[in-house]
Design a protein around this ligand. Sequence first.
Ligand code: SF4
Length: 978
Amino acid sequence: MSDPTNDPTRDRTNDRVSATRSATEARGETFYPGPSRTPLGAYPPKERWDDWVELDSRAWPRRLERHYLLVPTTCFNCESACGLLAYVDRETLEVRKFEGNPEHPGSRGRNCAKGPATLNQVKDPDRILYPMKRAGRRGENRWTRVSWDEALDDIAGRIRKAIAEKRNHEVMYHVGRPGEDGYTERVLAAWDVDGHNSHTNICSSSGRAGYQWWMGYDRPSPDHANAELILLISAHLESGHYFNPHAQRVMEGKARGAKLVVFDVRLSNTATHADHWLAPWPGSEAAILLAIANHLIQEDRYDREFVRRFWNWQEFMEQERPKEPASFEAFEKELEKLYAEYTFDFAERESGIAASVIHEVAKLVAAAGPRLSTHNWRSAAAGNLGGWQVTRTLFLLNALMGAIGVPGGVFPNAWNKFVPKPIHTPPHPRQWNELSWPQEYPLAMNEMSFLLPHFLKDGRGRLEVYMSRVYNPVWTNPDGLSWIEAITDESKIGLHVALTPTWSESAYFADYVLPVGVGSERHDLHSYETHDAQWIGFRQPVLKEAHARLGRQVKDTREVNPGEVWEENELWIDLSWRIDPEGAMGIRKHFESKREPGGKLGVDEYYGFIFSSSVPGLPEKAKAEALTPLEYMRRYGAFEVARSVGAQHAARVPKAELEDMRVTPQGRVYTHSEKPPSANIVPVPSPDPDAEGRRPVGIEVDGDVVRGFPTPSGRLEFYSSTLKAWGWPEYALPTYIRSHVHPQSLEPGEVPLIPTFRLPVQIHTRSANAKWLDEIAHTNPLWIHPSHAATLGLATGDLVRVETRIGHFVVKAWVTEGIRPGVVACSHHMGRWKLDGPGQRQMMATVSLKQEGSRWRLRRERDVEPFASADADTSRIWWTDAGVHQNLTFPVQPDPVSGMHCWHQAVRVKRAEPGDRYGDVSVDTARSREAYAGWLALARPASRHSPDGTRRPYWLLRPLKPAREVYKLPASRPASRP
Ligand code: SF4
C-alpha cells in the first residue's frame, strides 16, 4: 500500500498545523490553532471560503470568532491585476479586509501594499457617492447632486445628436487605467465612434514601439524565474510593469542563481538588489546596449541559427546591399561592420559608465545564452527622445542570443495573454479621429492624447462630449495648465463627464462627476503576460457575489455599492440604450440579450457567455466542481487557460491551413484558407494580405512553414522597411538616438531632471484615497548628489527652485549618493492639490490657482491636516505634506516617431528665491505653445511621407482599429512620396 503522506494532492493543512503546534510548544508557548485549524502564513483552503473563521483582533483578549465569506476579485491599483480575496463578514456583509487570492496564477496569493489598501478606498470618507452636476462655472468646484437618470439622459442626448449629425468624431472617451480587455473599445465601435483615447503616449508607447518594430507585438513577457541573467532597464522589482507578479519571479530567478543587472540613473530599491547597478547618463542606454551587441557579434557569441532562421536579414540585404549576394554569410559580414563603431570606449564616453563595467555585463549576457530575460517599459524609453530605440536595442540582445520564446528568455505578450471572444462584436468604426491620430504622427504607437489641448487651440476640431474615466488629464499629463485652458472653454469641449471613484484635479473642471466603483465594486475581465502561461482574471463586485452566496440576487450593483456608486459595465449598457432607445441607429442590438431577444443584456449573461463558450478548458474544470463556468469564476476569480505556451514562432502551421498557399521569394507564406478556431489560443494581429487577398499565415524556414511573427516580413524585423518607407530611413535598424537631454542639447547651466519614477506604494492619482499608503509615502523631494548640492550650497530640506523651459516649481532638496552626479530626479507620484470645496483631504493640499493672461501661478494655501469623519483615523493624520506637482511645469515633447511624450526635462536648479514657497508652481502657457510648435516641427507627416496614400501602416497596432477604408488620406491632402 502506498504511503498516503506521499500523495502530492493531499491536503497538508493538518501537517502544517502539527508542525506549527510542535514548534510553538517547543518554545514553551501555548498554541492556538485558530478556528479554521490553519496556521498563520498559509492561505485559507478554498473549500472553506464560504465560512472562514478568524478571531477578531479588536476584541482581544476576548476570543471572538468572526465568520467570513471569502470572495475573489482583482486589484485595480495598478496594471498588474493581482488577485484579491475580500473577507466579507457573514453577519454584517461588510468587507473587513483584502488579502491575496492563492488561486490567481499571476500573483499567486501575493500583493504589494496597494492591494490590501483597496479597503481604504472603499471606506474613504471623501469618496464620491452620488452623481454630481456643476453648480457654478467650470472649475469653480460647486456641485449639486443629480440622479443617474438626469445625468445619463443629458449625456446620451448629446451623443445621439452628434452621431445623427455625423459628428461622431466629437465624442471622445479618454481612459487612464482600462483594467479590462476591450470592453469599452467595443462600446465605442458599436457607436461607430473612433473616440478611444488613452494615457499610453505618456506612459509606455516608446517601450511598446521598440518591441512592435521587432516582432509585431508591443509588449514583452520575460521569464525571469528561469533566467540566468535578468537585465532590467527600470525599477521593476519595486514598481515596474506587472510589478508584484514580476517582482516575485525576479526574486525566484535570483534564488536559483540568476544575476541581476539594473540600468537606472538613481539607486532604486531594485538597483539595491542588483549584481551590477549601472547609472548611465540619461538617454545613453542604447549606446551601452549596442556596445554589448557589438561584443556578442565580434566575439561570435550569438545564436547564428536563430538569427538565420528568424531575422529578416534577406530583406535587409536585398534592400540595402543590392550589390552583395543575399546570403546569410554575406549578412554576417555586414552585421560585423554595422555595429563596429559601438565600442565599450564609445559607450563609456556617452554614458559615463566605465568600459570595463560594460565589458563585464557583456560577458554575463554572452554567458546567459538564451536564458536572458530583459525588460524595458517606462524609464529610459519614456524619458528620452528616441527612447523607443532603447527598447529596440535591448531586444536586439534577445534576438542575437535566441532568447525569445524559450525558458528564461522573453516571450511576446500575446502568447502569454488570453482574450476571449465576447457575446457581440460590432464592426470596426468607419471614422478616423484626427484629434487623436493626427497626420503628423503616422507611426505613433498610441493616441497623441497629451497634445489634445494644443490641437483644440489650433482649431483642429472640438468635442461635444469628452468623457474622462479613471484618468486625471490635468494632473497626469505634462503642461496641465494648457489642459485647464482648453477644458474650461465650452466652445472647445461642450460637455466634460468625469467617471471617477474619487475627486481629482480634472474632475473640478467637469460638468458631471459620475461615481464609479473601485476594484471590489465592478466587473472586468483581463489577462496579462506575467509569465509563460495564459490566464484570465475576473474582477467582480464582491458584495453582489456575497449576497448571491447567501441566496439574495442583486440586479444592479448600485444596490450593494456605497451610495449610488455604479459599475461601468452596467453603465455603458444603459447609456448605449439611452443613445439608441428604439434600436434605429443600429447601436442597441450590440447591447441586447441573446437569451431574451429585444431585452437588455445583463452582466451575468455577458460574462456567462464568454466563460461558457470562449475559454478553453473552463467549462470542463467548472463541471468537475458541479459549477457553471460563471459560478466557477465568481468563486475563484481566475482561471489558467494554458501553461508553458512555448515558442509559437517556431510552431508548424497545420497542412489544412496551407491549401492554396503562395510563398514569396523572401519566404512569406500566404493562404486563402480560413484560420481554424483552434489557432485562436495565440491571437495574431493581422498584417496586410497579399495582392490577391490571401492572409499571411507564416514563414518558410528550411522547408517547413512555421508561424513566425505578425510583421510584414513574418520574421523578426531587424530591418524595418516600414520605417524606411514612411520617412525614417536612418532608423530602419536598431540604433542609438541622442536624447534631448544629451549634453550637446543642453543649454549652459541646464541639467537633466528625471521625473518618471514611481513610488512603490502610490499609483498616480488612484491611491491618494488610501490612508495606509498616504501615511507611508506623501512627499517627493528632489534627489541631488552631494557633489552637485555642494556647488549650490544645498543641504537636505533646503528649498530649491527648478526651472523648466515653460516655468518653475519649488521643492525640497534631498541630498543623496543614490543619484548620478549632475542629474536630478523627482517622483511624479506626488503633488496632489485641491481647490476650496470638496476634495481628497488625506493627500491633497488646498491651493489657489491664479491666471494673468498666459501666466499661471499655483500656490499652496493649506497643508494636509487632520479632520473629523466617520473614520477615526482621519483625526490622527500627522503628515502635512502632499509633495509638489512638477508635471504642470513640463512642456509637451512628443517623440516624432513613437509619439511618446519624452518626459525628461532640461532644467536649471537654483536655491529658492525670496518669496518662493514650498509647492509653488509658475507656468507661462504662451511658452508651452512655442515648445509644442518646436517639437511638432520634428514630425514627418503622412501627407508628405506616406508611401501608399494611407494615414498609417495598416499592420501597426491600434487599440480601436477603424475600418480599413478610412485609413486613406483625405483627397484634399493627397499623399506625396518623399
Ligand atoms: S502589484 Fe500591487 S497594486 Fe498592482 S495589482 Fe498587484 S497588488 Fe495591486
